[in-house]
Design a protein around this ligand. Structure first.
Ligand SMILES: NC(=O)c1ccc[n+]([C@@H]2O[C@H](COP(=O)([O-])OP(=O)(O)OC[C@H]3O[C@@H](n4cnc5c(N)ncnc54)[C@H](OP(=O)(O)O)[C@@H]3O)[C@@H](O)[C@H]2O)c1
Length: 421
């Protein structure tokens, strides 16, 4: 095992506590032979003898008595080099590292293929929620059309607190930090880098395509306000940070951004720091996977599931399904994607404003589904929701609205993910 922190120590504890059941299911006993950590002298509450710890990770991946390397140390380097070394010495690899797989997964998938070893990474997406194996195996006969996920617990917690306790973004982030839900540097969560990495991993498997985190259009939640959440509710929506991957006309569209979703949609009821993945398939219809996206024990359960699977193959022969690429990744540019939109406009309260605004929408080929006026005088605001429109047209509309004399400001805008499409 490389790393023995939050996830690694839970792996060690559960492998020890559930040892008999696991060996019955696998047909062999699993033993943690060696553990690489940074600081060998650190006090650790794990059922492992002190003499198996080392700070020489390279010696673990080259140890001929080891068949499976569990990577729970995180980071890009030296992790990447160690995993490639492990595969080249014939070892199977199980990893929880979304950052590494989201950016350099292709290299590792190819290396696993070249060395005829398994590379499993269930824990890298949505922690304890089984989604990689269901996509790869249970849905092998399906053509997935769309994946929509809430893939980051911290941001879902923040949005839940904003919606339920009336907090503003900064207050909710501070509370997530106090509770230890967010990383020391919350950027990867609140700016959407973390869910973008996870979405690229899911899209790689669902669409058999070589996509990486950098292919995902990304917007975080820092600009979401209490007013957006209240307006969303009064229109019948919840605000969620959605990670969406879809196959459109042979291209793959991937995006992470805050979106309004109908309160009746199953994803709208995913609260606090929980994760969920909603899948739409041609034949199977709709599926949802829901649970703990982080935390030592849930993540360790996914890691151990992978280890058990690999071990079963070692015992019984055969090899798990690798990562297949049947399509070169044609990534659909964000400006070609289609969505509904919400806009909050601060407008002059005088005759002719509505007509002028409506004409600007029509000129940009964006049609209005609903329009509501609130307030009077300087407080006058228009809340608009559009029908499906092309992103490029919507951006052109925003640019033109900013130039209108009757529009004081575009107070807010957000995509709306509803059943219209
Ligand atoms: N925590 C979660 O809820 C969660 C959920 C899903 C996926 N993951 C992923 O799981 C991985 C591990 O996360 P974690 O939360 O368990 O991290 P963590 O608590 O920081 O533990 C990291 C472990 O790796 C060791 N380590 C780091 N760099 C090393 C190096 N260069 N050589 C040897 N050992 C090294 C550390 O050693 P010391 O103990 O000596 O410092 C520590 O034991 C990450 O990829 C993370 O993204 C975590």
């Amino acid at each position: 095992m490389l790393g023995c922190g939050i996830v690694g120590s839970a792996v060690a504890r559960i492998l020890d506590a559930h040892s008999d059941e696991i060996s019955e299911r696998v047909g062999a006993r699993l033993e943690i032979r060696r553990v690489a950590v940074r600081n060998v002298g650190k006090e650790r509450d794990v059922p492992l003898s002190a003499d198996i710890f080392t700070n020489d990770a390279a010696s673990v991946v080259s140890d001929p008595s080891i068949q499976i390397v569990i990577e729970v140390m995180g980071g890009i380097e030296p992790t990447r080099t160690l995993l490639i070394e492990a595969m080249r010495s014939g070892k199977h690899v199980v990893s929880a590292n979304k950052e590494l797989i989201g950016s350099l997964g292709r290299e590792l998938f190819d290396e696993a293929e070249a060395n005829k070893v398994e590379f499993s990474f269930e824990a890298s997406v949505a922690g304890g929620v089984p989604i990689v194996r269901p996509l790869k195996e249970s849905l092998a006969g399906e053509r997935v059309e769309r994946i929509m996920g809430i893939l980051n617990g911290t941001t879902n917690y923040i949005l839940t607190k904003m919606a339920e306790d009336g907090m503003e973004f900064d207050q909710a982030l501070a509370q997530a930090e106090r509770l230890g839900y967010s990383e020391l540097d919350p950027t990867a969560d609140i700016e959407g880098f973390d869910p973008a990495a996870k979405l690229s991993i899911l899209a790689t498997i669902a669409f058999n395509a070589r996509v990486v985190a950098g292919d995902v259009y990304r917007e975080g939640i820092t600009h979401v306000t209490q007013a957006d959440i209240l307006n969303a509710h009064s229109l019948g929506y919840a605000v969620k940070l959605l990670a969406i991957a879809e196959s459109v006309d042979g291209e793959i569209a991937m995006r992470v951004h805050p979106a309004m979703i109908p309160l009746t949609h199953p994803l709208a009821s995913v609260r606090d720091n929980l994760n969920a993945i909603f899948i739409e398939g041609n034949e199977v219809g709709e599926l949802m996977f829901y649970g703990r996206g982080a935390g030592g024990s849930p993540t360790a359960i996914s890691v151990i599931g992978d280890v058990a699977d690999v071990a079963r193959h070692i015992v019984g022969g055969g090899r798990g399904v690798g990562v297949i690429y049947s399509q070169p990744a044609k990534v659909r540019p964000m400006d070609s994607t289609v969505s509904q939109y919400y806009i909050l406009l601060e407008v002059a309260d005088k005759p002719g404003v509505l007509a002028k605004v409506a004409q600007t929408f029509a000129d940009n080929d964006v049609s209005i589904k609903s329009m509501l006026q609130e307030g009077l005088g300087k407080e006058a605001r228009l809340i608009l929701v559009t029908h499906n429109a092309v992103e490029r047209n919507f951006q052109a509309l925003l640019a033109e609205l900013r130039t209108l004399e009757v529009v004081d400001a575009i107070a807010s805008s957000m995509r709306v993910q509803s059943a219209e499409d």
